[in-house]
Design a protein around this ligand. Structure first.
Ligand SMILES: [Zn+2]
Length: 377
C-alpha cells in the first residue's frame, strides 16, 4: 500500500517538475527535459502527452536539425489559466491578471476610494468584470481571485479581521464579497505586505530566504525561508510597522509611541510631493534641500530597522512596498548607514530593493492560485 502511494506521489512530483521545467525553459524537447530533470525519456514523454491532453502543453515546432534526428519542441500553454489579484487601498484599487508563469498579463490602477458600503461592493464587481472583458479573459479560465488589504486577515484567509487603513473590522462589506461577484471560482484575502512578499518570491530574482520590509502607506513585512513565507500563530506575523525603534517617539496610528510606522511609511515622503512618490524622488534627484533632508532622515530610521532585522535573523533584507522600488539608486547609501552599526564584516551584500512596484500586492495575491494550481497538478 505504502509503496503504491509513494509511486503515485513520485508520478505527481514528476508531473509538476516537467511542467515547471517547461515554464522556466519556455520551450524544450522531451530529451532536453529528461536530461535536465534526471528522468527517463519515456517518463517525460508520457507526462508531456498527458499535459497536452489537458490543454496545458502544446507542440512548438520541430527543433532545427543539426544532422541528427529532429525532435519536437514543447511549450506550456501559459494562457490556459489566469489568476486575478485585487489590491484594495483607501483611495485606489489595483487589478492584476497573471499567467501560469506568474507574469503580469494586465494590470490597472484605478482611483476608487474605499467605502464600506453595498454600493462599493457592487461597483467593484462591475469594475472587475470590465477589466476582464477589456483583457479578453473568459471567467472560465480564472483559477481564483486574491484580495489584498492593509490589515489582518483570518488564518484561513477567508475573512478580513481588521484594517486600520480602511477603517473596518470584521463586519466589513468585504467579508460579504463572493467569488461569483469577482468572477472567479474562489476568493482569498491576504495582508498587503504578505501579498507583496509573495510577488517577490515569484519573481525569481529574490534570494531563497529573506526578510521582506513593505514600505507602503503603512509598514508591514514577512519572513521567507526556502521560498515559503513563515506563518505566525495567529496571522499577525511581520507587523514590522509596530516594532519599537524610538522609545517615547512619534505616535503610531495604533496609538502607541515610537513604533517604526511613523518613521517608515510612504506617506512621509509622498505628503511632501502632492501625493506622488515619483515627484518626491524627482525633487530629491534635482537637489531639493528640504526634501533631501526628509529623505536622509527616512533612510536613517530605515537603516536602524534593516540592521535590527539582519542582526536578528542573519538573512538578506528586501525592501519593498511603494518606497522600495524607488530605493535601488540609494542602496549604496543605505548599506553605508547600516554598515556604521554592523558588528560583522559582511562577505556578501544583504540589502536589496524589490522588483515590483505598486502592483506587487495584487500580483502576489493572484500568484497564490497559480502556485497552488501547479502544486496540485
Ligand atoms: Zn504601532
Amino acid at each position: 500500500m505504502s509503496s503504491r502511494l509513494s509511486s503515485i506521489e513520485v508520478k505527481r512530483r514528476n508531473r509538476i517538475n516537467v511542467f515547471n521545467g517547461l515554464l522556466s525553459a519556455s520551450t524544450a524537447t522531451k530529451p532536453e527535459l529528461a536530461g535536465r530533470l534526471g528522468l527517463s525519456i519515456p517518463t517525460v514523454g508520457m507526462i508531456c502527452d498527458e499535459l497536452m491532453r489537458e490543454g496545458l502543453v502544446r507542440e512548438a515546432g520541430m527543433q532545427a536539425s543539426e544532422g541528427g534526428r529532429r525532435a519536437m519542441r514543447y511549450e506550456p500553454c501559459l494562457d490556459r489559466f489566469r489568476s486575478l489579484g485585487i489590491d484594495i487601498t483607501r483611495r485606489h484599487v489595483y487589478m492584476a491578471l497573471i499567467d501560469l508563469r506568474g507574469e503580469v498579463i494586465a494590470g490597472e490602477r484605478q482611483r476608487f476610494p474605499f467605502e464600506d458600503t453595498e454600493d462599493y461592493r457592487k461597483e467593484l464587481s462591475g469594475r472587475v468584470e470590465a477589466f476582464l472583458e477589456k483583457n479578453h479573459t473568459d471567467p472560465g479560465t480564472i483559477l481564483g481571485c486574491g484580495v489584498s488589504v492593509a490589515g489582518i486577515v483570518s488564518p484561513q484567509q477567508d475573512r478580513v479581521l481588521y484594517s486600520h487603513v480602511l477603517n473596518v473590522g470584521e463586519e466589513t462589506i468585504l467579508n460579504h464579497l463572493t467569488a461569483q461577484q469577482l468572477h472567479a471560482p474562489q476568493i482569498r484575502f491576504f495582508n498587503d505586505a504578505t501579498a507583496a512578499c509573495m510577488a517577490e518570491c515569484y519573481s525569481h530574482h529574490a534570494p531563497d530566504s529573506f526578510v521582506f520590509v513593505s514600505l507602503s502607506n503603512s509598514v508591514g513585512g514577512a519572513t521567507v525561508i526556502n521560498n515559503r513565507i513563515l506563518p505566525g500563530k495567529s496571522g499577525r506575523e511581520g507587523e514590522l510597522g509596530h516594532m519599537l525603534i524610538v522609545p517615547g517617539g512619534r505616535r503610531c496610528y495604533c496609538g502607541k509611541c515610537g513604533h517604526y510606522d511613523p518613521y517608515g511609511n510612504a506617506l512621509l515622503l509622498t505628503e511632501r510631493a502632492d501625493g506622488s512618490m515619483q515627484a518626491f524622488f524627482e525633487k530629491v534627484r534635482a537637489g531639493d534641500s528640504e526634501l533631501t533632508q526628509v529623505f536622509e532622515e527616512y533612510l536613517h530610521y530605515l537603516a536602524i530597522m534593516i540592521y535590527n532585522l539582519h542582526i536578528a535573523t542573519d538573512l538578506p533584507v528586501v525592501l519593498g512596498g511603494y518606497v522600495g522600488s524607488y530605493l535601488k539608486p540609494y542602496l549604496p547609501r543605505i548599506r553605508e548607514l547600516v554598515g556604521e552599526q554592523n558588528i560583522f564584516e559582511e562577505e556578501e551584500e544583504f540589502i536589496f530593493s524589490c522588483e515590483y512596484n505598486v502592483e506587487a500586492s495584487a500580483v502576489g495575491a493572484a500568484s497564490y492560485f497559480t502556485k497552488t494550481f501547479i502544486e496540485s497538478l
